[in-house]
Design a protein around this ligand. Structure first.
Ligand SMILES: N[C@@H](CCC(=O)N[C@@H](CS)C(=O)NCC(=O)O)C(=O)O
Length: 222
């Protein structure tokens, strides 16, 4: 059985979980602490420490770069999901770069404002230290102060996605493609604390989000 090694609130893990749920395949999730990547380190033979990774029998699948989408392409290929059709090559790459940079960058800061609702108590020290070493001392307090601005920016940066959904049920047509799961993952991280809702103005995105949680590959002819 395919095993997804993850932490549940991670944007990139939600992407792969969404793809697996969409596929209908039976899969197992293994949650590891944010502060202990030893399982990932061990089974990738000391080549990777990030999440998500996938274990499928003897195979261990992990990303090779910021932009590689190795796991999603592996699942797509194995499960025949039609997430990366040749005619959307290039376009999807431009979109996922925007999604994983401009949307993710706001989503995780806003979620981190409520990190106590998401990160277990025994992991918080390492979490705060990791954040402050990466983004500077006091970054979590700063993001809390900036919360209204960050929320406004998120609403603005989502406008193109709202526009894309005006004429069709999914971002690139009548069935979900990789970028739908990618946006779904980044927004899932934004929503992880339970303290936010998707912007009220974006009615199409809100309907798409509900649709994405229920969509199954069998609903779409291949
Ligand atoms: N491009 C990778 C990004 C994965 C990633 O950034 N994972 C984060 C968790 S959301 C991580 O493990 N970061 C390393 C760390 O926290 O030390 C993917 O698509 O999976």
């Amino acid at each position: 059985m395919i095993e997804l090694i993850q932490f549940p609130w991670s944007p990139f893990c939600i992407v792969q979980r969404g793809i697996l749920e969409f596929s209908g395949v039976r899969f197992k999730t293994t949650n590891i602490p944010n502060t202990d990547r030893s399982l990932v380190w061990k089974i990738t033979r000391e080549r990777y420490y990030q999440v998500p990774i996938i274990r499928d029998g003897q195979q261990v699948i992990f990303e090779t770069g910021d932009d590689s989408q190795v796991i999603a392409k592996y699942l797509d290929n194995k499960l025949g999901l039609g997430l990366f059709p040749p005619q959307l090559r290039g376009l999807q790459t431009i979109l996922w770069r925007h999604i994983e940079d401009e949307i993710e960058g706001l989503g995780f800061r806003l979620n981190d404002v409520y990190y106590r609702a998401v990160i277990p108590a025994k992991e918080r020290l390492a979490f705060v230290r990791h954040k402050e070493r990466k983004f500077g001392g006091g970054c979590l307090e700063r993001w809390r102060e900036e919360q209204p601005i960050l929320l406004k920016q998120l609403e603005e940066r989502l406008i193109p996605y709202e526009q894309m959904l005006l004429e069709k049920p999914f971002l690139l047509g009548d069935r979900p493609r990789f970028v739908d799961f990618d946006l779904y993952g980044m927004l899932g991280n934004f929503l992880a604390s339970g303290r936010y809702e998707l912007p009220a103005a974006h009615t199409q995105i809100r309907a798409w989000h509900v649709h994405m949680t229920k969509a199954r590959a069998t609903d779409f002819s291949s």
